[in-house]
Design a protein around this ligand. Sequence first.
Ligand code: FES
Ligand code: MG
Length: 574
Amino acid sequence: MTSDDGETGLRRGLTNYGDREFSAYLRRSFASSMGYGSEMLDKPIVGICHSASGFNNCHRHFPELIEAVKRGVLAAGALPIEFPTISLGEVFLSPTSLKYRNLMSMDVEEMARAQPIDALVLLGGCDKTVPAQLMGAASADIPAIQLVAGPMSTGRHRGERLGACTDCRRFWAKFRAGQIDAEEIGAVEQRLASTAGTCAVMGTASTMAALAETLGMMPAGAAAIPAVDSDRLRMAEQTGRIAVGLIGAADRRPSRIMTPEAVENALRVLLALGGSTNAIIHLTAIAGRLDIPVDLARLNALSDSTPVLVDLKPTGAGYMEDLHAAGGMPAILRELRHLLHLDCLTVTGETLGDRIAAADPWVDRAFIRPFAEPVRETGGLVALFGNIAPRGAILKRSAADPALFEREGRAVVFTSLEDLAARIDDPDLDVTEEDFLILQNAGPTSAAAMPEAGYLPIPAKLARAGVRDMIRISDARMSGTAYGTIVLHVAPDAASGGPFGLVRDGDRIRLSVEDRKLELLVDAAELARRAAAPASGPGAGAAATPARGYSRLYQEQILQADEGCDFGFLKGTG
Ligand code: FES
Ligand code: MG
């Protein structure tokens, strides 16, 4: 690949204030200060864009992976240069990691463009880092290949396998219900996340890795290799070699790989995985950078004809290490081949069809089912629409209880996260297991910036009585490792003035998964009256626009969930 000025390597994007050769001389001189020999500085450059951080446990093995990528790049004749971007360690960020995904995407995009880089390796893994890198690479549109951290291996507790973070929730629920004591939950705490790598189940990180492979942005089989396996180091080395092959290959830029057909393939795979609800937001944001719309009505159409094939937690039995041993993404893609656009080009130069033809036909059917004998007949996610969600809401039906799919119930409304925290465990809370728990003002435009709060806890008195699931509806998100009959991403959100904010305690709501409906059974005149009442009307929970800084940019630019929660000014190819 050549830059716009036709130069490669260190000469790419030289400043030109009248004497380009002086700029080149300065660059070589400063690069020499890092100990590179002169002939190294003549080579094209592969930038290794990574997100290692002391605040990112999932990426703690990146130094080793980076070394392996560098070996591959050097062996193929280019100069590898690593550089960090900000990192998004899922559990360490406040108020949410989602708030900073777009910031990281800007970091990736601008550094990929500003520095002398001929091809890019994107090294991420934790939930938001994979979409942030793909968004940035799509916008910069320089040749790029992704390498993910790979999943954690499972731990053990008293004979049981443990994997973050579905088992985190399972054990915490036992602790809340008084079934295990403080000493045991303390022991579990030490064993849930015991290796490098991303959460061990089909959560957001694993789903995004699978989608990145499906989109063609990674080599075949790369998504599911465990973080600590030597296969991942070999894959890293291979990734470095492939990156060198991308130099000068204009037809393998991200915009040529992530086409509308590739995005549709990714949607299919998301449904077949029973993957994370967050992934629909991220895929929409990635596609949006390339002017590719992701329509929730289309998601529903695909969902009807795409079975869930994968039996992994949080909805099933296995862990990511099992999926890898069972055949990984190539085996899943093979099962889905008649539904996929096989002529999509991937970053290695193969088409998706080529990859499927080359896949090992052996599959462990315990974790990857045949198309004709799926885990579930229909896709994992479904979009719901109605008077309180005119732009849609998402239900992960594969993680939900079908007995709750056709229900009418009474709303028990929490108007904010603070209200939820203050009252959910109140013994006097007027709630039964038939009620619908509603959480408002936790969407993208709220001050909370769309946290993973949609997994509302079962009120303590119901949990103690043995209630394990009930219908919960919010404009928030949910962790990809969580489960339950939980409607998320209601759009537009309450804080922006969406009609979801008009729901009041005691209202009746009808949920019909079959009809794809979420309806507030309150007449239009009453809703209009509520909307006109200033204190309680729509937007009552809106965050004040901060005076300065990134939070101000966020508040001014954030889009709704159905637009991927990107920033308005970052969308599109411009
Ligand atoms: Fe990084 Fe779960 S915390 S993937
Ligand atoms: Mg997560």
